[in-house]
Design a protein around this ligand. Structure first.
Ligand code: HEC
Ligand code: HEC
Ligand code: HEC
Ligand code: HEC
Length: 270
């Protein structure tokens, strides 16, 4: 009788262990493997985004969609595309981003025809985004994200730099456009959280924006501060998301989980 219970317990624990191993990779902070950014076909989502053609079937690599060891984008090409940060970058650049494309419509919340915002204490204290530092075009680092997320270029369009003589060359046809992951599709960033503006300039003028030396709220084992997440003082996609799922504790690559809106409260003293 007792033996049976022990055996059952052992089986139950084994099943639990196998299950937790299977989802380990998707947990925040456990690395890129098995996350949405693992576009290999064996452990990741590659088959969904690679037009049915497995990327590098023999090797089935993970980094290759974004980086390669050789023949990656050159500074001169990056500059022509308005990208100033390109770590061994291997993905084709957005055709929407300026100066190659028409650029993006930044975040806005007022119409030209709207009456002046009521002169409440709230609005006097808040430095409105339209005063001083309106969000501009996304910075280079955000353009790396937008090269997949704005849907102007196929997800599996990589390794074609420098005349296509690359360590890997593949051009697929599955675009992010029309999916939930499409951000900035058709150049429209107007209804997304503002990016491409100076955080510190806003924090100086707006007493409900925390000083950038503040540490993030919630589960923050690395003691990250807001300024750790700014790029030349600016808020970019990477200010909220950790592209490799390494030092974040939130799902969707968020630096901290948005439980009780901890992510928002980290910057907004509301
Ligand atoms: C979905 C695209 C994507 C994939 C896949 C990806 N990266 Fe990155 N990587 C980026 C972006 C975007 C940046 C620039 C943002 C940053 O620095 O955090 C970057 C920056 C880097 C950097 C320089 C900054 C740093 O964190 O040290 C290194 C090194 C790097 N990646 C290595 C890798 C390796 C190794 C892999 C595969 C295991 C990989 N990446 C997979 C998008 C990706
Ligand atoms: C090589 C193309 C590529 C690049 C570059 C890229 N992404 Fe992604 N990203 C994807 C794809 C494809 C998915 C969706 C995968 C799926 O769910 O099938 C995704 C999903 C996501 C998700 C949703 C994660 C989830 O768990 O649902 C976030 C957030 C995200 N990306 C943010 C970023 C940010 C921020 C950057 C730049 C720092 C970036 N991505 C760069 C291709 C890319
Ligand atoms: C101010 C913080 C912030 C910034 C800046 C930001 N995001 Fe996000 N993003 C979030 C949060 C929070 C979520 C989760 C929302 C949810 O789960 O509904 C999210 C979700 C996503 C998703 C997944 C959407 C889905 O429905 O699954 C993608 C893709 C994404 N972001 C890409 C980007 C890209 C690309 C940029 C830059 C152009 C960016 N984000 C800038 C906070 C941000
Ligand atoms: C990295 C810091 C940071 C994070 C994280 C962040 N924000 Fe912001 N957000 C800002 C700054 C700075 C502004 C511009 C200043 C302002 O208008 O208050 C802004 C602007 C806004 C605005 C527009 C205000 C206006 O004047 O139109 C709203 C609304 C907002 N954020 C909500 C959120 C929400 C909701 C979250 C969580 C999902 C979030 N923010 C996360 C820094 C951040």
């Amino acid at each position: 009788m007792k033996k049976h219970i022990v055996l059952l317990l052992f089986l139950a624990i084994s099943v639990l262990l196998v299950c937790s191993l299977a989802i380990a990779g998707v947990n925040p902070g456990t690395g890129i493997k098995q996350t949405a950014h693992d576009l290999s076909s064996a452990t990741g989502r590659g088959s969904e985004w690679d037009a049915g053609v497995a990327a590098d079937p023999a090797l089935d690599r993970i980094c290759i969609y974004c980086h390669a060891p050789h023949h990656t984008v050159k500074a001169v090409d990056a500059e022509a595309n308005g990208v100033d940060y390109f770590p061994l970058w291997n993905h084709d650049f957005s055709t929407q981003a300026a100066p190659v494309g028409p650029g993006y419509t930044p975040y806005t919340n007022t119409l030209a025809s709207a009456p002046v915002i009521p002169n409440s204490i709230q609005h006097q204290l808040n430095a409105d985004l339209t005063q001083g530092t309106p969000p501009g075009q996304p910075g280079g680092i955000s353009k790396l994200c937008l090269s997949c997320h704005d849907g102007s270029v196929a997800i599996s369009s990589y390794g074609n730099f420098n005349g296509g003589i690359a360590s890997s060359k593949h051009t697929g046809s599955v675009f992010a456009t029309g999916t939930r992951i499409a951000i900035g599709a058709g150049g429209d960033l107007s209804n997304h959280h503002p990016i491409g503006f100076d955080y510190n300039a806003v924090a100086l003028a707006d007493d409900e924006i925390r000083d950038s030396s503040s540490v993030l709220l919630g589960n923050n084992p690395y003691g990250l501060t807001i300024s750790d997440l700014l790029y030349g003082d600016k808020v970019e996609c990477g200010s909220c998301h950790d592209v490799h799922n390494t030092k974040n504790t939130g799902l969707k690559f968020l630096w901290v989980e948005d439980t009780n809106s901890n992510l928002c409260f980290s910057c907004h003293a509301k």
